[in-house]
Design a protein around this ligand. Sequence first.
Ligand code: F6R
Length: 260
Amino acid sequence: MAEVIILPDARAAGELVADAIATLVARRPEAVLGLATGSTPLPVYEALRSRLGGADVSRVRGFALDEYVGLDPAHPQSYRSVIAREVVEPLGLDPSRIRTPDGRLEGIEDAGDEYEAAIAAAGGIDLQLLGIGTDGHIAFNEPGSSLASRTRIKTLTSQTRADNARFFGGDPDAVPQHCLTQGVGTIRDARQVVLVADGRRKAEAVHQLVEGPVSAMWPATALQLHPHVTVVLDPPAASRLQLAGYFRETRAAKPAWQGL
Ligand code: F6R
């Protein structure tokens, strides 16, 4: 079962996860980070600014989870732009060592395989940061995704396009229909996975992820098969967990020297 940590709010969650990432980078300056976009990881990236300040991050590598297909890479909501703005620039990472899947239409047939090859050439991902969709997606592996899938094109559900409309002027139709996303199998290859969720809207997906049967209908449940997963929640996101009390007791009894 995943390690589940329930903290008072998203800021506390961001600080804990940032501590884990900073510890990894201090131990392994050439660490390969799996980077999530969306709202959830922003407090993590915010907290990382102070934690990585002064550290040698010149060798850190990073791979984003996904990218919209057909959106101009220079568009402010392309994940290439978001990662540059929220992660690369404020943390002082080397842009040439940070990649997003190439969602441009030209050559799109090969873009998934190329991305997989780039991750493999970097030696695989040390720590993958994840959010979760209200429909249980991880990256953009929507319900019905193969739990063995690799980086490929997916069609976004109307639920996800509605959820992401806030980034496109509130208009779900302005959200691209397709994306290039790491597969569930790609994510499962990461050596460590840290999934963060906050808010009641995520409570059902979190319940399924932690306590539901493993099913392609809730792709995040595939993480139950991963040996090193930590799920970091605020109380509303944890509100449907039957085992919430057990997770709180386990955490309270954990030796102080253990991190995530
Ligand atoms: C983002 C991603 C998605 C988001 C998920 C939650 O790269 O792959 O799985 O993590 O849609 O989005 P937020 O955090 O905006 O609620």
